[in-house]
Design a protein around this ligand. Structure first.
Ligand code: IMP
Ligand code: MG
Length: 175
């Protein structure tokens, strides 16, 4: 059976929700500058769209992490593959992620970044699968809570494919 992607969240709904999140973030950070941190690669589409909807001053930085694991399960202990270019000292940091699943990646990442003395640190994710949570992470802004299904699109991949889909979909027809 050929792979097929079923639409879970259509493009228009994603765009509308990101606009709402941008408005809320702009209100919450009124009078401040928000320093967005994109977790590559999945967070990149979301961060670009979100940044355009935020009306307070924005700066951006990027990092890439991979988790140590035995191939079948990830320990969640993250290795920084590409670190941030700038210091977080005194900044109002907002981490922008594509999806929170077990929560392991973000749990460890926030532990690492909080030691760099940001003034504040919050977390924004496009998607959340709360049923799958293993590590307790506080998520401040959520685009959509979704069921326990493997999703692609809007930055999310299946074997590096489908990141460019403009909607959130579920891959069908794979083993
Ligand atoms: P966590 O550490 O289990 O929360 O894993 C988070 C990471 O796993 C995300 O940043 C994604 O890279 C990946 N991931 C988790 N669920 C999905 C999914 O449904 N589709 C694509 N990637 C996913
Ligand atoms: Mg990710």
């Amino acid at each position: 059976m050929a792979e097929n992607v079923r639409v879970l969240v259509p493009e228009k709904e994603v765009a509308a929700r990101i606009e709402e999140l941008g408005r809320k973030i702009s209100e919450d950070y009124a009078g401040k500058q928000v320093h967005l941190i994109c977790v590559l690669k999945g967070g990149v589409f979301f961060m670009c769209e979100l940044a355009k909807r935020i009306s307070v001053p924005v700066s951006m930085d990027f990092m890439s992490v991979s988790s140590y694991g035995d191939g079948t399960s990830s320990s969640g202990v993250v290795k920084i593959a590409k670190d941030l270019d700038e210091s977080l000292e005194g900044k109002d940091v907002l981490i922008v992620e594509d999806i929170i699943d077990s929560g392991r990646t973000l749990y460890y990442l926030m532990e690492i970044l909080s030691k760099r003395n940001p003034k504040s640190m919050r977390l924004c994710t496009l998607l959340d699968k709360p049923e799958r949570r293993v590590k307790d992470v506080k998520v401040d802004y959520v685009g959509f809570n979704i069921p326990d299904e493997f999703v692609v699109g809007y930055g999310l991949d299946y074997a590096q494919k489908y990141r460019n889909l403009p909607f959130i979909g579920v891959v069908e027809g794979v083993e």
